[in-house]
Ligand binder design. Structure first.
Ligand code: DON
Length: 305
């Protein structure tokens, strides 16, 4: 597996030149466009690292998977899916347009920004600090790493420039979909996006999901199986926003991308994979990371379909 990963990274590094590092959050523009790193964690706990695996990046929208898991554990699926849908969106991740036109105004799914702001509001905790801690602790537990912290420069940059997210959140409050203080919920959302990780952290999280919610290193059932099933299903249909269909055809795995350049992919009962390549396509997904996953899926015969 080590040599397959090494070759795949070498073969796909060049794709970075066809994308751009995210710049709508100024601090993200500092990401290394040419970096390409990956980690594969097998369900027996074996870890394989390749390329620029030491690159540190912010988790961004990959956090939406863990936020959804916490919201489902804390509320049950009836309450969660009364406030956010399960349907894919053909619009960009930060789109606001469907909120007004859809019946009951609920966001299409928990992985677009609007949906993740709703799931953040549903996580247990009396305020944004407690909600953030709940998901942050879950991320640390799933990654088996107590040293995962927020990158405060990115957080400040997100908070300063996050006006579209602010508009979305106030709309949701006006439509009675989120309760409590809007700025407090947004603060938790911005902080969750700004958690700094490596591919090894994310591949471990993916590995727990691949292993039906059980951590191979402790045998603990961290995510209940019924919740684990739901998050995998939504990763297939909504994980790469308006290119989820193309990703399913070419890679064939539940996955979630983030504008920090990470893609987390889950091969059920086999491996968790994380790739990082900060150069993004027009949908906000890592260009070289997507191509790398295509090759890994083929070489390791990972597609679910
Ligand atoms: O809400 C935002 O704009 C970001 N902090 C997270 C967006 C993101 O990662 C979208 N993913 N491709």
């Amino acid at each position: 597996m080590e040599s397959i990963l090494k070759n795949a990274i070498q073969n796909n590094k060049e794709w970075a030149k066809f994308g751009q590092v995210a710049s709508y959050i100024p601090e993200l523009a500092k990401g290394n466009k040419d970096a390409l790193g990956a980690c594969i964690v097998e369900v027996n706990g074996n870890v394989v690292l390749g390329g620029d695996y030491e690159t540190r990046f912010t988790i961004q929208s990959v956090s939406k998977v863990i936020t959804l898991a916490c919201a489902l554990i804390d509320n049950g699926k009836e309450i969660v899916f009364s406030k956010v849908g399960k349907e894919p969106s053909a619009d960009p991740f930060n789109s606001i347009s469907k909120l007004e036109t859809r019946e009951a105004h609920i966001p299409l799914n928990p992985f677009i920004n609007a949906g993740a702001i709703v799931t953040t509001s549903l996580v247990s905790g009396d305020n944004g600090i407690e909600k953030f801690s709940r998901v942050h602790n879950m991320i640390k537990k799933l990654a088996n790493n107590d040293n995962i912290e927020v990158n405060y420069s990115v957080y400040r940059s997100e908070k300063l420039t996050g006006n579209t997210n602010r508009a979305i959140a106030y709309y949701l409050k006006g439509a009675n979909i989120i309760e409590k203080d809007v700025e407090d919920i947004l603060d938790a959302y911005f902080k969750l996006c700004s958690i700094e990780v490596t591919v090894q952290d994310i591949a471990k999280i993916a590995c727990v999901i691949a292993n039906n919610g059980v951590a191979p290193w402790s045998k603990e059932q961290i995510i209940p199986t019924h919740v684990n099933r739901i998050i995998k299903a939504i990763m297939v249909t909504c994980g790469l926003y308006d290119s989820s269909g193309e990703f399913s055809v070419n890679v064939g795995l539940p996955a979630k991308s983030g504008v920090g350049g990470c893609i987390m992919a889950v091969a059920p009962n086999r491996v968790g994979i994380a790739v990082v390549g900060p150069s993004l396509d027009k949908h906000g997904n890592s260009v070289a990371g997507t191509k790398l996953l295509e090759e890994l899926s083929q070489e390791l015969n990972l597609s679910m379909f």
